[in-house]
Design a protein around this ligand. Structure first.
Ligand code: 13P
Ligand code: SF4
Length: 312
């Protein structure tokens, strides 16, 4: 493993490559990444890097976002099969028909979408900036929000809006059960429940803190004396534990305790071996149809501009 890590570092230097890793990656990948962050941070780093090659250790839509922002750079993802059930729950042709059924609506899409869906969108959001970006529109703006119904319902509730929602969800976040979290709370009565807004409404109701992976991490780091039950993909515990070594972090168990469904099987497809191979071969590479890319770049850049104005 040490040899592999050294070889990856060597290749990275030789090829002027940068490795950007999401918090849901395996710990050893997070440890070798130049930057680890949430989906907004990955897009922000991609947009400003002067590296020749960007390796996105995350899922396909994150690679696409980087490629759309940097069309002249090589963007690699160690395993191209790293998809996203939420992005898959929103096929572009069906989303287009949905938009046509709602003339005059502004389209806000979560970053967990294909490039083709982003090309149909007015502004992209992530879980870090969704509330602020929705609130940047007038109160009576007619809005379609897709594809995550849980995030959409949550944003509707905290902004007092009634955006029309696409009926999509993430298979990992839908798994967390209120009963299992309540059982854990009986065992750890002082534990703070942290939840990602992709969780079902019933889970969000019993959560103490709701936020993106970066927001949940920030909360834990600024309150290290607490114990935490963490209702999001369990990869985030790696960085939480690293930053707060004396804190107890308990991953919220999925509904079915015989599976590891609180791990995103897509995210976990990336391995150190595949990362090495992909840097060596400069493949697999993310490609995006230039026509789609030219449309999709606008709502992504709009998100980055609003986020910069908001200091996010
Ligand atoms: P973040 O925006 O918190 O990175 O979430 C991305 C994601 O895929 C959640 O499932
Ligand atoms: Fe997609 Fe869910 Fe995996 Fe995030 S955790 S990448 S939303 S499938």
């Amino acid at each position: 493993m040490n040899n592999l890590i050294e070889s990856i570092k060597q290749l990275k230097k030789e090829k002027n490559a940068i490795i950007l890793g999401h918090y849901y990656q395996k710990g050893e990948i997070q440890d070798i990444a130049d930057y680890v962050g949430d989906s907004l941070a990955l897009a922000q780093w991609a947009a400003k890097t002067d590296a020749n090659i960007i390796v996105i250790c995350g899922v396909h839509f994150m690679g696409e976002t980087a490629k759309i922002l940097c069309p002249n750079k090589k963007v690699l993802v160690p395993d191209l099969n790293a998809g996203c059930s939420l992005a898959d729950s929103c096929p572009a042709d069906k989303f287009e028909s949905f938009i046509k059924e709602h003339p005059g609506y502004t389209v806000i899409s979560y970053v967990n979408t294909s490039a083709a869906v982003k090309a149909l969108t007015d502004v992209v959001v992530t879980s870090t900036n969704a509330k602020q970006i929705v609130e940047s529109f007038p109160k009576d703006e007619k809005i379609i929000f897709g594809p995550d119904r849980n995030l959409g319902n949550y944003i509707n509730s905290i902004t007092n809006r009634s955006m029309v929602l696409w009926d999509g969800a993430c298979h990992v976040h839908e798994q967390f059960s209120v009963e299992k979290i309540v059982e854990l709370k009986l065992k750890y009565p002082d534990a703070i429940v942290l939840a990602h807004p992709e969780c079902k409404g019933a889970v969000l109701k019993i959560a103490d803190v709701i936020g993106s992976t970066a927001a949940l991490l920030k909360y834990a780091v600024s309150h290290p004396q607490n114990e935490y039950i963490v209702a999001t993909e369990s990869g985030i515990l790696h960085e939480m534990q690293k930053k707060c070594p004396d804190t107890l972090f308990i991953p919220a168990p999925p509904n079915d305790s015989t599976c590891a469904c609180n791990e995103c099987s897509f995210m976990r497809l990336n391995t150190l071996e595949k990362l090495y191979e992909c840097l060596k071969n400069e493949s697999p590479e993310i490609t995006v149809d230039p026509v789609i890319s030219a449309k999709a770049v606008k709502p992504i850049k709009r998100m980055l501009e609003i986020s910069a104005q908001l200091g996010l």
